[in-house]
Design a binder for this molecule. Sequence first.
Ligand code: GLU
Length: 499
Amino acid sequence: MSEVRVRFAPSPTGALHIGGVRTALYNYLFAKKNGGTFILRIEDTDQARYVPGAEKYIIDSLRWFGILPTEGPEFGGNYGPYRQSERKDLYKQYADKLIADGNAYYAFDTPEELEALRKSDAEFKYCGHTRANLKNSLSLSDEETQALLEDGAHVAIRLKIPVNESIAFNDEVRGHVVFDSNELDDKVILKGDGMPTYHLANIVDDHLMKISHVIRGEEWLSSTPHHVLMYRFLGWTPPSFSHLPLILKPTGQGKLSKRDGAKFGFPVFPLSWDSDHEEDNFVGFRDDGYLPDGLLNFLALLGWSPGDDQEILTLDQMIALFGLDKIVKSGARFDIEKALWFNQQYIIHSDDLKLGYLIQDRAIEEGYHVAVEYLAEVCRLMKERVHKTTEIIANGRFFFEAPHAYDDETIKKKYKPENKEHLIAIAQNLKDASTKDVESAIKVYIQEQGLKLGDFMPLIRIAISGSMQGPDLIESIKLIGGAESALRMLKAVEYFEKI
Ligand code: GLU
């Protein structure tokens, strides 16, 4: 195989959707697997849809996942610039060549005229069967064309799709793909403002940047015959194509859309989006408590099957196992439960101090100003019990403050007024106990008094944390400290007496 060069080519029209991250990941894996180059190209020719901040969001997301390109805007490289708007002047010569060779033509139809045609016929297509009746350099005389060109209004260049032809290409995922040229439209390749459309800019750049493999979402499959024709018309060898399966909604019905996050109540974007327009803002996976490695692992397996049952894969393992032949054709259902399972596995296997640092900002936001080593200990005790890092604080507030409410039902079942003195005695023991004596401060007392652990431990747990759920009680008390635990117990006993 000649040098492998792949690109991730998002349009900066908003936040990078999780499906885009998967496309970037597969390109990254394929490049690394083959000793190739992973390139980021910003496809910003559609200025009307340009969203400020989107490019930064894309790069920040790739950085968070640790799948950065080696060529691209901000990364350098010998094939730049890597933003299409900065390459604007480069494209026209290719459109001109297509015209000169009879493979493209000028079209002068106004947006209103085209709109009217579409209104009267929902199936309307600008193509070999309609172009003779429309306003273009093929239907008009040379003089008329010249006059309209000089006038300059609404001049587009369209690709001339041949009629009655089968356009075939090989797709690494789908195999032999054939399109009937009569089904295709004469796409605009250069607009009146001199900006190329996606189609022209994309193939010119793939050619000039020596892209060997195009790996992109399935939604671009229907554009590929146009691209294949342009490669042929320009005398260029097309790259290899791979179209990735769709990511489907959790219901399995239809493509997962940007709006589905709000609808299903989980993130569909890696990072949060904070703009002045509050209605546009959303929380991303990172702020919702997902770890990038786990999310990447989950995404990798949405549409790629490495061949055995192993699910937990490091990035290096993914690189070693990756192959385009193992990408599946059918859509992959986005199962948030599975994403949570991966996240849990990655949390469990994360270093406690690393987790501590991760939750530090949130702890401070919540008013919990504790040392990161303390947070690390909280993480050690909580990590088996959560699916998201955000739950470490949300479900472990008792590590930072005394409970505000108690599990009344259990108290009613377990509390006997005759045990009041024993609970107070245990609190007293705890107050003076050093960390290593915590266990005996509670258990030795209970045994010596001939009492039952089962009558006391639930109440002590409730006194410390408010509820019956939670990590190991002795370990929790050690962390909170004997003195604080004693105070909580005394306060709780007063409450127990009242209900
Ligand atoms: N700019 C296109 C996008 O936003 C790129 C498609 C391609 O990779 O060719 O997805």
